[in-house]
Design a binder for this molecule. Structure first.
Ligand code: NAD
Length: 290
């Protein structure tokens, strides 16, 4: 397949490399980064999109996505599919899908989970919104870049799934960290706490797979000085998107709102920037109720 790939950063670079390795003809464009070996380099986003069967974007946010989409949609050939894998707001995803449809193109919002490691290993999970036909066209590429692609519904459904998942993740990570800090103050050994909770009703991915307490549970960023992993500022981005969506949809999300507030403080005022999002545990350790 002929693929245009726009946004070749930490995630997009290795994703594009996996498509090249699988034998696809990839033309890449990024404002800063060069395409991976074996991919052609375009001079602009429009040039990368020209003649492609599928154009994949992996960009920082919805405003940039909308600007790039405005440039590439007129350059794409009729019937091609624009597939955005960035994490962006639901409204931007829907606006891009509408513009693509009115230009006779397919469109998918297909954000990912699995991080930089998953992008390199080709084991991402894609959550996808858009029409069946567009999903069927891009599915073979999802199978190269990832291990699972869930077709969640119409345009915007992929982003909705992503921000709901990460809202749960942010809330449960905070709950897990504050529970460890309370356990410390109650004199409960952290390993015992893990042994009980990981097999009891308080279990979660945050506790069982990504334990924020160093030396407890499987290997995680807490065992590596809280080097990300999944950086606190990326969690904050996703929590803010969840609150933007909740506001637009008039949904009551008090836990998500509080999680967004706590990660804002952590990133902006408590040295959390550049730390893994599980570094909320040392943050809670240092605090009392006051
Ligand atoms: P990144 O900053 O490493 O990469 C973004 C790339 O986009 C950069 O190389 C930048 O130069 C390029 N870019 C920006 N504006 C551009 C433009 N107008 N035209 C062409 N290129 C442009 O970010 P990343 O970590 O690769 O994340 C990309 C997306 O994936 C984000 O939406 C992020 O939220 C999401 N995501 C990241 C992770 C992760 O662990 N890093 C996990 C899941 C989802």
């Amino acid at each position: 397949m002929k693929i245009g790939f726009i946004g070749l950063g930490n995630m997009g670079g290795p994703m594009a490399a996996n498509l090249v390795k699988a034998g696809h003809e990839v033309t890449g464009f990024d404002l800063v980064t060069a395409p991976p070996e074996g991919a052609a380099r375009a001079a602009s986003a429009a040039e990368a999109a020209k003649g492609a069967d599928v154009v994949i974007t992996m960009l920082p946010n919805g405003a940039i996505l909308q600007a790039v989409a405005a440039e590439v949609i007129p350059a794409m050939k009729s019937g091609a599919v624009l597939c955005d894998c960035s994490t962006v707001d639901v409204e931007s995803a829907r606006a891009v899908a509408e513009k693509a449809a009115s230009a006779g193109l397919g469109a998918l919002d297909a954000p990912v989970s699995g991080g930089i490691g998953g992008a390199a290993a080709g084991t991402l999970t894609f959550m996808v919104g858009g029409a069946d036909a567009a999903f069927a066209t891009v599915k073979p590429l999802f199978d190269i870049m990832g291990q699972k692609a869930v077709h969640c519904g119409d345009a915007g459904a992929g982003q909705a799934a992503k921000i709901c998942n990460n809202m749960i993740l942010g809330v449960t990570m905070i709950a897990t960290c504050e529970a460890f800090a309370l356990a410390d103050k109650l004199g409960l050994d952290r390993q015992k706490m893990f042994d009980v909770v990981s097999t009891s009703s308080g279990y979660s991915w945050s506790m069982n797979a990504y334990c924020p307490a160093p030396g407890v549970g499987p290997q995680s960023p807490s065992d590596n000085g809280y080097k990300p992993g999944f950086a606190a500022e990326l969690m904050l981005k996703d929590l803010r998107l969840s609150q933007q969506a909740a506001e637009a949809a008039d949904a009551d999300t008090p836990m998500g709102q509080l999680a967004a507030e706590l990660y804002t403080r952590f990133v902006e005022h408590e040295n959390g920037k550049g730390m893994d999002f599980s570094a909320m545990l040392p943050r809670f350790e240092q605090r009392s109720r006051g």
